[in-house]
Design a protein around this ligand. Structure first.
Ligand SMILES: [Zn+2]
Ligand SMILES: [Zn+2]
Length: 309
């Protein structure tokens, strides 16, 4: 598949806050970065939602948990069990705040589950923006939020891809594999005898790298916009509307207007809000209040996908 097409895509699996409703599931997102799938939060029912929206279990090698409240975590145990029953052998990386390791190991022993794959736990504890995963295509950072217990946001930054060779130029210049490698990395070729094949003339630049930030449960605080500055897509919780701003303060949550303020101050391209309180039958009022501050806002719905970029 060529770089850049549909290759950085977010799918929303759950949009409810702690109390699910008949049509809203707790938080879970799947980010597809060039067919690597990253699961972000894992509320109750996540694996059923994954089946409903045809998320391939075998493509998930990294799970990120923002904090250890049940509506972001209760789906993890059954998912681990299913991975095991499906005969998984590939290591699974789990990024979550302490004491995740104790919780998971106790659960596995209480329920007599012997994982047939390696579970690599990366405990989050830093109070600064920290690089937690760095692979060929993407960098992932975590940053601290402000909630009743330690809670983290995640920032996914696509790496710049190599330049693309214009296919007909391969034959025209009789390019060797080694020469193609240099050209894709942006280097000109100088052949014996002085012939120059310039990178500009035989390649096209890759698409601009894109980025996605996930802001889970948090009260509003001004520095938050620095962590997510300029991202293409920002998800931010919006548990309450203006009518319950006091409750947002009391419970360490944001209103839709707070989420939109972060989006506006950070200069992001698009905002998606979620984690809606069950008291709102639809998210229409939350979407409307957010749009008064930041017009490029959309209320998340189960099963919706966004191409980032
Ligand atoms: Zn929550
Ligand atoms: Zn929470």
């Amino acid at each position: 598949m060529p770089d850049g097409d549909m290759s950085f895509r977010l799918t929303i699996l759950g949009t409810s806050s702690a109390l699910p409703t008949s049509d809203r599931y707790p938080t879970a997102h799947v980010l597809n970065v060039h067919e690597r799938l990253f699961l972000i939060d894992c509320g109750e029912g996540t694996q059923m939602q994954m089946r409903r929206y045809r998320i391939r279990f075998g493509r998930i090698n990294h799970i990120f948990i923002s904090h250890l409240h049940g509506d972001h975590f209760f789906g993890l145990y059954p998912l681990l069990s299913s991975f095991n029953l499906m005969g998984r052998k590939t290591p699974l990386h789990l990024y979550a705040p302490e004491p995740v390791e104790d919780l998971v190991s106790r659960h596995l022993s209480d329920f007599d589950i012997n994982l047939g794959f390696e579970l690599v736990i990366h405990a989050l504890g830093s109070r600064e923006c920290t690089l937690i995963l760095n692979d060929k295509r993407v960098e992932v950072f975590c940053f601290p939020l402000r909630h009743r217990i330690p809670s983290y946001g995640f920032l996914f930054r696509e790496k710049r891809a190599e330049r693309n060779i214009i296919p007909e130029m391969i034959g025209k210049h009789s390019l060797s594999i080694a020469e193609i490698g240099h050209l894709k990395r942006g280097e000109d070729i100088v052949r014996e005898g002085g012939e120059v094949v310039s990178c500009e003339s035989v390649t096209i630049p890759p698409p601009e790298p894109v980025s996605y930030a996930f802001c889970s449960d948090t009260a509003w605080f001004p520095e938050l916009s620095e962590y997510v500055r300029g991202v293409d897509l920002l998800y931010h919780e919006a548990t309450f509307g203006d009518d319950n701003e006091d409750l947002a303060h009391k419970t360490g949550h944001s209103t839709a207007r707070h989420a939109a303020t972060v989006a506006r101050d950070a200069g992001v391209k698009k905002l998606v809000i979620g984690h809606f309180s069950a008291r709102y039958k639809t998210a229409d009022i939350l979407e409307e209040e957010a749009r008064q501050v930041f017009s490029a806002t959309e209320a998340a719905r189960e099963g919706t996908s966004y191409i980032v970029g």
